[in-house]
Ligand binder design. Structure first.
Ligand code: PGA
Length: 253
């Protein structure tokens, strides 16, 4: 049985004080449960303070991006080792706000993925189609390309440390959530593609999160679809009560 994994992506929000308060409240409301994993991904400058606030709790910490190089003249970038030293177990790679907002390519993301895994981070690897791609019936083509190119050189062993987040771009921050049918269909396609790239066993075990306007009132339906193993939550992760309500919706019925 795969666990559920609910992760909060705080994006470029919060003051230091807000970040510490939110982390402390999430930590307080989360109990250790191997079937229900919880993580938060604050902005880089707050990572060490949030790590401190999460100490002793079951909540895991992630960064929102990293560079593929280990160190050097890369102004504004953060290395995988820096994230680890700041207390992260996780990094989000390939979020649509970086793919589409900043032009990150499948090839670049593949380099980041390999580098993050080699350093010892676990990765939430995001994929998803634009509205125009869904309307043109090319969703599966896009997901196929993002997985095929994104996972070049990745082995079944690596995949033990990779979670896929399916996030239809048109559902992110828009309040327009994918229907249960759309989500299940895309997740089943992703799992099937992973089976063809990396084998049935990897596909059976890989966690596939859904992301895009997950809220307390739609979380239970989404989280109990057969191929949905969790959620990557943006807006609703910025308040402890809404985030914890989504976490609770992931409990087994
Ligand atoms: P949202 O963001 O929950 O605000 O739609 C999701 C995400 O960007 O991961």
């Amino acid at each position: 049985m795969r666990p559920k994994f609910i992760a909060g992506n705080w994006k470029m929000t919060s003051t230091l004080a807000q970040a510490k308060e939110l982390a402390a409240a999430v930590a307080k409301g989360t109990s250790a449960n191997p079937d229900l994993l919880v993580g938060v991904c604050p902005p880089f400058p707050w990572l060490t303070a949030v790590a401190e606030a999460l100490k002793g709790s079951a909540v895991q910490l992630g960064g929102q991006d990293c560079h593929y190089e280990k160190e050097g003249a890369f102004t504004g970038s953060v290395s995988p080792a820096m994230l680890l030293e700041a207390g992260c177990q996780w990094v989000i790679l390939g979020h649509s706000e970086r793919r589409h907002g900043l032009g990150e390519t499948d090839e670049l993301l593949n380099k980041k993925l390999k580098s993050a895994l080699a350093a010892g981070l676990k990765v939430i690897f995001c994929i998803g189609e634009l509205l125009a791609e869904r309307e043109a019936n090319t969703t599966e083509t896009v997901l196929d390309r993002q997985l095929t190119a994104g996972l070049v050189g990745i082995t079944p062993e690596h995949m033990k440390n990779v979670v896929i987040a399916y996030e239809p771009v048109w559902a992110i921050g828009t309040g327009k959530v994918a229907s249960p049918e759309q989500a299940q269909e895309a997740h089943a396609f992703v799992r099937g593609k992973i089976a063809s790239l990396l084998g049935e066993n990897t596909a059976k075990n890989v966690l596939i999160q859904y992301g895009g306007s997950v809220k307390p009132d739609n979380a239970a339906t989404l989280l109990h679809l057969p191929d949905v193993d969790g959620a990557l939550v943006g807006g609703a992760s910025l308040k402890a009560d809404t985030f914890l309500a989504i976490v609770n919706a992931g409990k087994r019925l």
